[in-house]
Write a protein of this length. Structure first.
Length: 173
């Protein structure tokens, strides 16, 4: 694991940074365990990941996440949004990618890869958002997004209505 971040300043200016974690397991997360329970290679002892990378901005009372990606052989995801500690609010969104190792291979094909999922997403993916107070956040998915590959999935993403501070709720229809 490595973390790089701007040093703190006396005026508490926002600090940009990047977090990278390689080869880790998430254990004891019931929601994640349910997601991978029927997947080939799904283990009851946790979900393995090969990489997590996210750019972030830390400022007083708030953490903003950008261009995040978590990769594993069974599952992967992208993530953007914010955790607002001062207002007790979470607004995150991204794309959940089942069977990430295989699914993402289509996105690595030169020229055609962008249309088939791009470098971070897969041919098949489901857009999601997590909103609400920490500990009581609500996960919303858009199941229609599963039928749209790659860049054709963009219209089904939950929209960011306030681009400077993170993610807001979008329609599910």
């Amino acid at each position: 694991m490595w973390l790089a971040m701007d040093p703190p300043t006396a005026d508490q200016a926002p600090q940009d940074g990047q977090l990278n974690i390689r080869y880790f397991v998430v254990r004891g997360e019931p929601g994640l365990d349910r997601v991978v329970a029927g997947a080939p290679g799904g283990a009851p002892n946790g979900v393995q990941f090969t990489r997590l990378k996210v750019d972030f901005t830390r400022q007083p009372g708030k953490l903003i996440l950008r261009d995040g990606v978590v990769q594993g052989p069974i599952v992967g995801a992208t993530i953007d949004g914010q955790i607002d500690y001062a207002n007790n609010d979470v607004k995150l969104r991204g794309t959940f990618v089942p069977l990430y190792g295989l699914n993402n291979a289509f996105g690595q094909i030169p020229l055609f890869g962008l249309f088939l999922g791009g470098p971070k997403e897969g041919l098949l993916g489901i857009t999601y958002q997590v909103i609400g107070p920490p500990g009581r956040s609500v996960l919303q998915i858009n199941p229609v997004s599963a039928v749209a590959p790659g860049i054709f999935r963009k219209p089904f993403e939950f929209q960011d209505l306030s681009p400077n501070i993170g993610v807001t709720a979008g329609p599910l229809n």
